[in-house]
Design a protein. Structure first.
Length: 661
């Protein structure tokens, strides 16, 4: 069996993984990236709408800055996010978008002068400034106060991923494709790499590394109706669970995107609504202004998805033999706009629905979209509990999104986290004490354990069918751990998923040769069941509603009892995860919990919130009177710069905020 040694092993060749590897390699550390598919086929490619960075280039973005982006993200998270991490993110995102531009990402650009846009269903003329000519263009997205989302038509992820993939080639980082990490090599205290299966030959290998990073993306495929591609099985989360030591966090926080095309669930971007698209019911009635007068179609995704499902429950859905849906109307944007700025949406509607969105409404219904939880890390991206293990991107939870992610904040997070965590990985590898100093027996034991697990499937005489188990799991997740959750349903879901998990030990794989896709399907199904159980038990146990986690039996956000992060581990031999909780500390928050400004104003206030708000207000008032600038005031309220690598600490330049000001 092959053993390959390297400094940094990155598991995942999407935006987050590639950007981390670039950072580590540039600091002189040999890095290897592993991927199930050629990296340019990673799911980051599917991102359509754009990347949030507070550049303030467009006229509708004037006044935008890190503070506004911070407020939008924390409110969007329903106060579930780690506010220090949000600050790190909003400060780095403008740098990341500009870095990508320097690397050749063809961002859509501003043409100065008049242009016609649709705002609130009306044609409006806006005038872009002369000094913005040629700068990155930005569109409106849900849950944001300013037009902040930079984009490349509606194939932003495609352009970003090509750019970073080209950079990884330039940096000469080997990317090993069509391989799958099955487990991590660990002695219970420190991670030393991974056991990896070659998906072409079926061979097992050990990749031994000083630092190992999980960047394996989301877990959409544990649901039946999802916008995620078939490789988004979420088995990367299970890599952490299987150690018994590394933790997952907030796995119950699952996002449902308002506009999956019906019935397939394929996404049409939030950019459709950002650019002026409207949601209509069976009567063609635009219902969002009635229920969300402030943000209408552009409230945050959790809110819009719930409003849509409520409309359907009122009997206002369009009935079909596949179920019910609502309409997305982008006809008012005009053919030229749709074919240039929403080109992919045009093609998706044309090829998958036979609908021409320049003339017809698009059938849509919310679909699973994003995993806010993930491998729990410190702000540096290192696991809180397993030294040498790092994570970034959708697979990670350094906790930037809390219980609801804003559109455009994910691809931004991948490259931002890649930059930050990549630097910390390099720092880790710089230290002599973090060399690879392990007995080879640890590697061989890990290989033998994985081989035994695979043999378990091959030699099993049981009669369980992996396809049936997975299909049932996906059905349970979609129907019982969906947009509206009820205690009884979730209890049943946990019980049945646990049963399916036990049955997965009786899956018999008949094919015994080579790459063996039947075996792959079987072992991934068991991993997915562990992940699904972590989501379901987390959801059942959290007795409140926060962001995308909405319970009909606990419909209120409870900042007294539940302002806390869920932490999950999986002990070997157990059939359920072990959950614990970690409080969020209001006394350190820059923006104490309150009303989000959209959605229902319905929360149990923690008395600490008002106290902290008074403190924050007093600091702000005093420092403003002293003539201090916004950076100094922010630093006094919640210092975070020390958490950023030095080279990322600088300020960002805007037309209205030149650096020499
Ligand atoms: C349809 C769609 C549209 C979206 N649009 C937007 C948008 O406009 N703006 C936005 O901000 N966000 C958007 N998102 C979300 C965003 O695209 C993703 O969250 C983000 O790109 C994830 O990047 P990542 O690097 O974390 O993971 P991915 O890009 O999913 O990459 C995961 C990588 O891990 C590899 N991998 C997985 N498991 C293993 C394993 N066991 N061993 C080895 N390799 C493994 C895969 O091969 C892949 O290379 C969208 C998501 C979807 C589904």
């Amino acid at each position: 069996m092959k053993i390959i040694y390297t400094d940094v092993l990155v598991i995942g060749g999407g935006l987050a993984g590639l950007r981390m590897a670039v950072a580590a390699k540039r600091r002189g550390h040999d890095s290897i990236v592993l991927s199930l598919v050629p990296p340019k086929r990673s799911h980051s490619k599917a991102a359509q709408g754009g990347m949030q960075a507070s550049l303030g280039n467009v006229i509708k973005g004037v006044g935008d800055n890190e503070d506004v982006h911070f407020g939008d993200t924390v409110r969007g998270s329903d106060w579930g996010a780690d506010q220090e991490v949000v600050r790190m993110f909003v400060n780095t995102s403008p740098k990341a978008v500009r870095e990508l531009a320097a690397w050749g990402c063809p961002w859509s650009r501003i043409t100065a002068g008049d242009r016609q846009v649709i705002i609130n269903g009306e044609k409006v003329t806006i005038t872009e400034r002369k000094e913005a000519q040629g700068m990155m263009n930005q569109r409106d997205f849900g849950g944001t106060k300013k037009w902040r989302t930079c984009y490349v038509s509606d194939c932003t992820g495609h352009a970003m991923l090509n750019t970073v993939s080209d950079r990884i080639i330039a940096e000469k980082v080997p990317v090993i494709e069509r391989v799958e990490a099955l487990s991590l090599i660990s002695d219970g205290k420190r991670c030393y790499g991974a056991i990896v299966r070659d998906l072409i030959t079926g061979e097992l290998m050990a990749y031994v590394a000083k630092a190992t990073a999980i960047a394996t993306g989301g877990a959409g495929r544990i649901y039946r109706v999802t916008t995620n591609a078939v490789i988004c099985d979420g088995t990367g989360y299970d890599l952490a669970l299987k150690t018994g030591v590394a933790t997952l966090s907030n796995m119950e926080a699952i996002q449902f995107h308002p506009t999956g095309i019906f019935p397939a669930g394929i996404l049409v971007t939030e950019g459709c609504r950002g650019d002026g698209g409207l949601l209509r019911d069976v009567d063609g009635y635009r219902f969002m202004p009635d229920v969300e007068p402030e943000k209408k179609e552009l409230a945050s995704r959790d809110v819009v998805s719930r409003r849509m499902e409520e409309r359907i429950a009122m009997g206002k859905g369009v009935k079909t033999k596949y179920g019910e849906h609502l309409w997305l109307d982008i006809t008012l944007l005009g053919e030229h706009h749709i074919k240039h700025k929403l080109r992919e949406v045009y093609e998706i509607c044309h090829y998958f629905l036979g609908v021409d969105p320049t003339k017809e409404w698009v059938p849509v219904r919310p679909a699973q979209h994003y995993t806010m939880g993930g491998v729990r890390t410190k702000p540096s991206g290192e696991s809180e509990t397993l030294k040498g293990l790092f994570a970034a991107g959708e697979a990670a939870c350094w906790d930037m999104h809390g219980f609801n992610r804003l559109g455009g904040n994910s691809v931004a997070e991948t490259v931002v986290a890649g930059m930050i965590v990549g630097e910390y990985i390099a720092d880790f590898c710089d230290k002599a004490e973090n060399g690879i100093d392990i007995p080879t027996s640890l590697i061989y034991d890990a290989l033998a354990k994985e081989q035994a697990e695979l043999n378990g499937y091959l030699k099993n005489t049981g009669n369980e069918d992996a396809v049936a188990l997975r299909t049932r799991m996906q059905e349970i997740m979609t129907t019982k751990i969906g947009i509206f959750r009820k205690g009884k349903d979730m209890q049943e879901a946990v019980t049945e998923l646990e049963e399916l998990y036990k049955r997965s030990f009786n899956i018999a794989v008949k094919d015994v040769t080579g790459n063996n896709p039947e075996l792959v399907y079987a072992y991934r199904t068991r991993s997915m069941l562990r992940v699904a159980l972590t989501v379901a038990l987390g959801a059942y146990s959290r007795q409140e509603s926060r962001g995308a986690h909405y319970r009909e039996d606990y419909s209120v956000r409870d900042d007294v009892k539940w302002l806390k992060r869920t932490i999950a581990t999986w002990k070997e031999g157990d059939t359920l995860p072990t959950l614990s909780y970690k409080d969020l500390d209001i006394s350190k928050m820059e923006l104490p919990p309150g009303f989000r400004g959209y959605g229902v104003k319905n929360y149990i206030e923690n008395p600490e919130s008002a106290k902290r708000q008074a403190e924050v207000d007093a600091i702000r008032q005093k420092m403003e009177a002293e003539g201090k600038d916004r950076w100094a005031i922010q630093d006094a309220i919640m210092p975070y710069q020390h958490l950023l690598p030095k080279r990322l600490q600088g300020r960002n330049e805007r037309i209205d905020e030149p650096l020499n000001d």
